[in-house]
Design a binder for this molecule. Sequence first.
Ligand code: NDP
Length: 248
Amino acid sequence: MNRFLDQVAVITGAGRGIGKAIALRLASEGARVAVVSRTEANAQSTASEVNALRPESARAYAVDVADSEAVADLCSRIIKDFGKIHVLVNNAGITRDRLSMRMSEEDWNSVLDTNLKGAFHFIQGLERPMMKQSYGRIVNISSVSGLIGQAGQVNYSASKAGLIGLTKALARELAGRNVTVNAVAPGFITTDMTDHLPDAMKTHVLSLIPLAKFGECEDIAGAVAFIASPESKYITGQVLTVDGGMAM
Ligand code: NDP
């Protein structure tokens, strides 16, 4: 399939994990990719892998998505470098898990600023070219934690539920310009983010998953590729949950 031929995709948090798998998947279907990550090294490393797959299709960019001015500058640079933008995947995210009674304001702010405000910054930076060309796909990576809540994650669950509200409101704003906005809500996916969790917690989570296994980054990349493709033209404001049945 070449669903993204002649298209440009901007993917945040693409230095590792789910974002990297999305970058590779969209490139494998023809996209040129702006690989955005917090660290230069990880952004470069993914861009090299994408370029090995599809020569000269990727560029690497390092930014803190929570920094509104830096993101505004970066979006202008990306538009200059690539010309058009067709797909934006807001995937960058962090956790700072603690019970609410022990959670600091810094734990709260850093998670909300990265996961929720970071997406807003990229939307503001890139929605105009999509509107102008009357085509665009915005995909926000939420989480089952935003759907059903998770103890120890009031900050993270709030940020991911917030992304769902943002998705629906923005879908209504941009529908008239043929720009769709959807969320993908992963369940438990094996990445650096989940690696460090205690074994007892992993066993407990596994018991809640009807398909009885953790997901892989490629499971999310496949769902994003569909919802970000021209094929999904009649779907907007939706949450596609990819979680082995955990949150049904
Ligand atoms: P990882 O921790 O493996 O990777 C996170 C990525 O986000 C990294 O590339 C990191 O950059 C980037 N990032 C983090 N903070 C910033 C920032 N401030 N500015 C720019 N980039 C940043 O996470 P996953 O791949 O597991 O998760 C990806 C997304 O999926 C997240 O939004 C997460 O909340 C969501 N998700 C994950 C689940 C899971 O089970 N893994 C479940 C549900 C949702 P760098 O590499 O440069 O450090």
